[in-house]
Design a protein around this ligand. Structure first.
Ligand SMILES: Nc1nc2c([nH]c(=O)n2[C@@H]2O[C@H](COP(=O)(O)OP(=O)(O)OP(=O)(O)O)[C@@H](O)[C@H]2O)c(=O)[nH]1
Length: 144
């Protein structure tokens, strides 16, 4: 089964990011993931992300950066996972259908069981924040 594009958010706050635990009974049950979901026909990636984050967490975000899409096949489905670094502009995350939410540091990620498609995303994210830690002064203004 090809389910197409899935968008998800790495929501950053104070050097941490938000992960959510999938509930029992869903695909990849009880794994930790980035909130998000499938892009619907005719919908842009940003619109899908906005819709899913409002539905799942009750927040609005602004996008900082789009990471490299990851194509992955699970035994029963194939998808393209597109992660966005984001920050919250409105609302406080509510677990909703997720079993639990947690704010973690990148160095803690190894202790959580993520879906296979998320592993290249975590690796890319680790490199990016090692180069420019979240909240670091804007490089463009460093010379001011
Ligand atoms: N949201 C999300 N989905 C992921 C991640 N990694 C990953 O493999 N997936 C897979 O992407 C697919 C879409 O996820 P979903 O089930 O949350 O999407 P949805 O809410 O639109 O679907 P639904 O209405 O069928 O429940 C699932 O098969 C899920 O297992 C991730 O980090 N975040």
């Amino acid at each position: 089964m090809v389910i197409g594009d899935v968008v998800c958010a790495i929501i950053e706050r104070d050097g941490r990011f938000l992960i959510a635990r999938r509930p029992e009974g869903k695909h990849l049950a009880r794994k930790w993931e980035f909130p998000g979901g499938k892009v619907e026909a005719g919908e842009s990636e940003a619109a899908a992300l906005d819709r899913e984050l409002q539905e799942e967490l009750g927040v609005r975000v602004e996008i900082i950066e789009r990471l490299t899409p990851v194509e992955h096949s699970y035994p029963d489905r194939s998808l393209r996972l597109i992660a966005f670094r984001c920050r919250i502009v409105d609302g406080v995350p509510d677990a909703g259908e997720h079993e639990e939410l947690r704010w973690i540091e990148i160095d803690e990620a190894g202790a959580y069981d993520f879906p296979e498609a998320d592993l290249p995303i975590l690796a890319e994210y680790r490199l990016k924040i090692a180069a420019v830690p979240p909240g670091a002064p804007d490089q463009l203004h460093k010379a001011d």
